[in-house]
Write a protein that binds this ligand. Structure first.
Ligand code: SF4
Ligand code: SF4
Length: 130
């Protein structure tokens, strides 16, 4: 499974039927997926979808066809205020966050898929979305 980070702008989800239409559009391809996170902000409804790797193209195209914004950004940076507590590490599905041999936190940018699961885990607010 892999993660799609997407935003449903408020303009396209005026009521629950609009939301159902988007989900049903994906389900018609007989795809099982998990909604890992559901949140809202001024841009709309943000979803983290855990989807089968081999269906990612189909789902991405389906979302885009319905004017859903598939966020390619959403990667993170780790600030100097990190105290290497390790709280974020277990949340990262791709091992982009890990300890080096000195138990200092390392961030492998190329492994980060922008799922943002780590964002709220940090007691020092040392992880920020780019
Ligand atoms: S956003 Fe955070 S949890 Fe998600 S892949 Fe990147 S480093 Fe890992
Ligand atoms: S949770 Fe925050 S302080 Fe702890 S290791 Fe991760 S980035 Fe550093």
């Amino acid at each position: 499974m892999t993660i799609i980070n997407c935003t449903l702008p408020f303009g396209i989800i005026r009521d629950i039927n609009n939301y159902s239409k988007i989900i049903n559009e994906i389900l018609k391809y007989d795809i099982t997926f998990n909604i890992l996170k559901f949140s809202t902000d001024s841009s709309g409804v943000n979803l983290l979808l855990d989807v089968p790797e081999d269906k990612i193209k189909t789902i991405t195209e389906s979302l885009k066809k319905n004017d859903v914004i598939v966020n390619k950004k959403g990667r993170v940076i780790v600030l100097d205020s990190c105290i290497d507590c390790g709280a974020c590490i277990s949340l990262c599905p791709t091992e982009a966050l890990y300890f080096n041999e000195d138990f200092k936190l390392e961030f492998a940018y190329e492994k980060c898929i922008g799922c943002l699961l780590c964002l709220n885990s940090c007691p020092r607010y040392a992880i920020e979305e780019m």
